[in-house]
Design a protein around this ligand. Structure first.
Ligand code: DGL
Length: 283
């Protein structure tokens, strides 16, 4: 029987990770939980993030039968991976390590930039993961980007030029800080679930030749390797585009605003989310 992979995010941005997983492990069943009632995690304390993330992980494992967990949320991966691993008896994969490894593979200068939420940056989880791989990383919190993506202001159009301006300001500041620290960054890590939706805009703004790393892709690749090891022969290559067949294997849950999840979630997932079920995880 196809295994169930639980995918967790504070909201529906983590559907970008699920999209990448679906193209690599299309034969699995997926239970996705977006803790939309308690979003954003990116401005909360470690203690609160750990409590929320552990409860969410327990829902996916105990109530949905997940045999593997992918923590699509960068903030939860940065601050609560240990708490999640203690809370559930299944393999847990976060997004930080795969993101850092992808940056290691991409960077020639060994200097990388990371943009993420406040909490992720304050934890310095990316800097530590990069440093362990011999990279120097400079991190910057970009708290305005999540609300802009949540609002759907992701297009490169005159109507959404504010998004381009905001990205431009953050990246200018980060590049100035990098120059002041004598770094020569050639790689930018998108350290937040929401940022892959801004990738075309970000790529149009970064200096020519700078590589942009999407930790969603890197995480899905690592999950596929783990899955192949544990299910030899099961890892058939997936389709490059998602169809109704792959998306039928997805069951989404949210702790609030299921209508918004259904409406905007398809943008992150690349196909309709289907009916999203409301769940109550307590306060
Ligand atoms: N999912 C979060 C992350 O990847 C972004 C949204 C939030 O702050 O909860 O860091």
């Amino acid at each position: 029987m196809a295994p169930t992979i639980g995918v967790f995010d504070s909201g529906f941005g983590g559907l970008t990770v699920l999209r990448a997983l679906l193209t690599r492990i299309p034969q699995a069943h997926y239970a996705f939980l977006g803790d939309t009632a308690r979003l954003p995690y990116g401005s909360k304390s470690r203690r609160t993030i750990a409590k929320y993330a552990a409860e969410s992980a327990q829902f996916l494992v105990n109530q949905q039968g997940a045999e593997y967990l992918v923590i699509a949320c960068n903030t939860a991966s940065a601050l609560a991976l240990d708490a999640i691993q203690e809370a559930v008896p299944v393999p847990v994969l976060g997004v930080i390590q795969p993101g850092a490894q992808a940056a290691r593979a991409a960077s020639r200068t060994g200097d990388v930039l990371v943009i993420a939420t406040d909490a992720t940056v304050q934890s310095h989880a990316y800097a530590a993961a990069c440093q362990a791989l011999g990279l120097r990383a400079l991190e910057k919190a970009c708290p305005l980007l999540v609300p802009l993506v949540e609002e759907g202001w992701t297009e490169d159009s005159p109507r959404h030029s504010v998004t381009e301006q905001v990205i431009g300001i953050y990246l200018d500041e980060l590049l100035m800080d990098a120059a002041a620290a004598y770094l020569q960054p050639d790689t930018l890590v998108l350290g937040c679930t929401h940022y892959p939706l801004l990738r075309p805009l970000i790529e149009s703004i970064v200096p020519v030749g700078m590589k942009v790393i999407d930790s969603a892709e890197a995480t899905a690749a690592q999950a596929a390797r783990l899955f192949d090891q544990e299910n030899p022969g099961a890892g058939a290559p997936g389709p490059s585009h998602l169809g109704t067949r792959e998306c039928a294997n997805v069951h989404c849950f949210a702790t609030d605003s299921v209508e918004k999840f259904e409406r905007l979630g398809s943008r992150f997932l690349g196909c309709p989310t289907g009916k999203v079920e409301l769940v109550d995880l307590g306060g």
